[in-house]
Ligand binder design. Structure first.
Ligand code: MG
Length: 368
């Protein structure tokens, strides 16, 4: 039985992780739960999964949760605020901490979990993009595993099992193309929030769905892949694959290409991150290639989606630039969701911010 702590338990990653845990109660046990602000759902989750510890970032909701679970015996340790989330991250005998908190808020708890010697099932992009230069040496120091829970990086990680050191030549990240993949570039200026939130294949949180529509999500994944797998940016490519069946591919030094395939369901990479290195039998719908029929690929359109180029440039600039790119993107997406800027302003804002930033170049860590 694997002991798991879940950060961001009420979000998309969190609820899907708990769905897995409830399907395999003899495989997984929840030690800690933490979330930003959905106290109501957290209280229900505490009731169902009976963690030893739980925290809510929004301090104001603590009394409501206390009341909602007052009848539970034994009572979990209940904390609030950012420090509470950090405490959950490092607490107890959890072997794996799933980091499903969106944004830079996920960074400090992740560092706390690593320092407590816990493996990380990584679903928070900022950990590597904003914190890669801190997190990677820390991981090595504490001898912990970073298990990618994102579908693309999980695919690469799965393909790499059994590939000897030095065997990897190139990474091919697949991209669905997002909500506007079939929309002519002229029409992008007038798209609405509702349009952008309609993802063709994946069901995800709001921020990441907008990031998919701008393809910044793919750009951020390129930077993550650089940190996770140690290839330089000339050897990480993006290919548009509208069916989202191939979750990513690797090319080896002898030109052999390996791919990981599956239906677009986040639970699959999450399950592998939790069960690694084991494979847990599931009754989930298997992939039927004949039913899928066709897998297609095309070149990403850099003029239509400038966010990819911005991400490559920030990754190559290194130092603090990926963190700045990421922060600018977080703010630009928030402004778009508040209807304060247009869709095409998102890359404009990010480009301006990055232009003004002179990256600090600390000890640029050599990726693994
Ligand atoms: Mg992804």
């Amino acid at each position: 039985m694997k002991a798991i702590t879940l950060l961001g338990s009420t979000g998309s990653i969190g609820t899907q992780t708990l769905d897995i845990v409830s399907q395999y109660p003899d495989q997984f046990r929840i030690v800690g739960l933490a979330t930003k602000r959905n106290g109501q759902l957290l209280a229900e989750q505490i009731r169902q999964f009976r963690p030893e510890i739980a925290a809510i970032c929004d301090v104001d909701q603590l009394p409501m949760i206390q009341t909602a679970i007052a009848d539970l015996d034994p009572q979990p340790m209940l904390l609030a605020g950012e420090e509470g989330v950090v405490e959950v991250a490092r607490y107890g005998d959890a072997e794996v901490v799933v980091t499903g908190i969106v944004g830079c808020a996920g960074l400090l708890p992740t560092i706390a979990a690593i320092e407590a010697g816990k493996d990380i099932a990584l679903a928070n992009k900022e950990t590597l993009i904003a914190g890669g230069s801190i997190v990677l040496p820390l991981m090595q120091k504490h001898g912990i595993q970073l298990l990618p829970a994102d579908s693309e990086h999980s695919a690469i990680f799965q393909c790499l099992q059994g590939v000897p050191a030095g065997g990897l030549r190139r990474i091919l990240l697949t991209a669905s193309g997002g909500a506007f993949r079939d929309l002519p570039v002229e029409q992008l200026a007038s798209v609405t929030i509702a349009d952008a939130l309609k993802h063709p294949n994946w069901s995800m949180g709001k921020k990441i769905t907008i990031d998919s529509a701008t393809l910044m999500n793919k750009g951020l994944e390129v930077i993550e892949a650089h940190f996770l797998f140690g290839l330089d940016y000339d050897h990480i490519d993006i290919v548009i694959h509208p069916q989202s069946i191939i979750h990513s591919l690797i090319e080896l030094e002898d030109t052999s290409v390996l791919a990981q395939l599956g239906l677009p369901d986040m639970r699959l990479p999450l399950l592998y991150a939790l069960s690694y290195p084991d494979r847990i039998p599931t009754a989930w719908e298997p992939l039927d290639l004949v039913k899928i029929g066709t897998l297609t690929f095309r070149e990403p359109d850099h003029d239509k989606y400038p966010c990819m180029g911005l991400a490559y440039a920030a990754g190559r600039a290194g130092g603090s630039m990926p963190a700045v790119l990421n922060a600018a993107n977080e703010q630009a997406v928030a402004l778009f969701l508040e209807e304060k800027i247009q869709f095409l302003d998102i890359p404009r804002v990010i480009g301006k911010v990055c232009d003004r930033h002179h990256p600090h170049q600390p000890q640029h860590p050599h990726p693994r």
